[in-house]
Design a binder for this molecule. Structure first.
Ligand SMILES: Cc1ncc(COP(=O)(O)O)c(C=O)c1O
Length: 395
């Protein structure tokens, strides 16, 4: 099915990525989802849904964790002195972007950061705008915070997904107070262009809308282009924006619950976590240790990971081409493949995948009915098996 001579395939053999320890029985959300399910012919479901990786974290991160464990004391921990500078150095080195470490605040998750921003900077019943399809918490969190969710579909063009600015202007109301940007975007893997970011900033400034930009995927841009943080624009809307970042996707440490908010003003820090009404814990010391090591020392591993993911996207592309009715736009970022199954005539693509032993994410949860999302961050052997099952699903 695939060209074994492909030189980009060599990365699959790298011991860093060739295998993954068995995650079953560790409480891994991804593997527990279908732990008791079997296909009609008795096979387990191969999970390719939740966005974590079936790969070990980099040795540099594991070493930092070992060292922090050896310290032996794990009391309540605020941002350690090296945390914000490590992020600032990473942002400067990798994204060419200067941030003020005084504006950084550790947060136990990007999703938590979205909820905190809503509670801190909008009022009950205000609308929070987002572009669909989108990572499901963007759809559910406004309601959980007593706000309303306003959704504007992205337009699918020949080569990319784009913001539909006409639809945006028609949708906005005086109650629209916040825009949750996902940049790069989950699930489509699209990256907003500089021009598009500028137009979003104009729109936000014109309507008095605060932008919160979830840039958790910024370190996984596959096409070699430079990430442009929304807050780095020279624009009044960018000066007011909140940026949410984390090392969790890139270095596979989501379970360590460490993210960061980059606030527009250090004075906002004192009100940040308290806006969670006592429900938001501090970040934990192991999360901090892993985050700092990832930002400081994780880049060589990240570069190799990008090579693996580019190879994996090639494999996905070949498979999609082979299956009549499937289409996709190759993602410019993320390790996620967002596959349009509407041309297959299969009414419920998620059910078809599961029946073939493939545990995809159902597009429906992303406001993208008829699509499935495949997580490609795993050893190549596992991805090849997943793609074989994708064939079976639509045979
Ligand atoms: C766009 C986006 N934001 C946030 C998250 C989750 O972040 P956290 O685990 O830090 O809450 C994900 C996870 O897939 C994501 O894709």
């Amino acid at each position: 099915m695939h060209d074994e001579a492909d030189p980009s395939a060599a990365i699959s053999e790298d011991p860093l990525f060739a295998t993954c320890p068995d995650r079953r029985g560790t409480g891994a959300e991804k593997w527990d989802q279908w732990a008791d399910a079997r296909t009609a012919d008795g096979r387990e479901i191969l999970p390719v849904w939740v966005a974590d990786m079936d790969l070990r974290s980099p040795p540099e991160v594991l070493e930092a964790l070992h060292a922090r464990v050896d310290h032996g004391v794990f009391g309540y921990t605020a941002d350690p002195p090296g945390f914000a500078p490590a992020l600032a150095d990473h942002m400067a080195r990798v994204h060419g972007c200067a941030i003020d470490p005084a504006c950084v605040v550790g947060t136990p998750g990007v999703v938590t950061g979205l909820g905190l921003a809503a509670r801190l900077l909008t009022e009950p019943d205000d609308e929070i705008l987002t572009f669909t399809p989108i990572y499901p918490p963007f759809l559910s969190l406004p309601k959980a915070a007593g706000r309303r969710s306003l959704r504007v579909p992205l337009a699918r063009r020949e080569q990319t997904w784009e913001v539909d600015f006409d639809a945006l202007e028609q949708a906005v109301t005086p109650k629209t107070k916040m825009l949750w940007l996902c940049h790069p975007q989950n699930p489509t893997g699209m990256v907003h262009s500089r021009e598009e970011l500028g137009r979003i900033a104009d729109f936000a400034a014109r309507h008095g809308i605060r932008v919160v930009s979830d840039e958790i995927w910024a370190d996984l841009i596959l096409d070699g282009s430079q990430h442009m943080p929304f807050a780095s624009l020279d624009h009044p809307a960018a000066k007011d924006a909140i940026t949410l970042v984390a090392p969790s996707k890139t270095w596979n440490i989501a379970g360590l619950d460490c993210a960061a908010a980059i606030l527009p003003d250090p004075a906002m820090k004192a009100r940040w976590r308290p806006s969670g009404g006592g429900l938001v814990p501090m970040v934990n010391p192991l999360g901090y240790a892993a985050a700092e090591a990832a930002w400081r020392y994780g880049d060589p591993w990240r570069q190799k990971l990008l090579a693996l993911l580019r190879h994996h996207m090639q494999l996905v592309g070949e498979t999609v081409e082979e299956i009549p009715g499937l289409t996709w736009l190759p993602p410019r970022a993320t390790y996620l493949a967002w596959i349009d199954c509407r041309g297959t005539g299969v009414e419920n693509p998620q059910a078809a995948c599961e029946a073939a032993g493939l545990g995809t994410s159902d597009g429906q949860g992303f406001a993208g009915a008829g699509f499935v999302r495949i997580n490609t961050a795993c050893p190549t052997t596992m991805l090849v098996e997943a793609l074989r099952r994708l064939h079976d699903a639509f045979a």
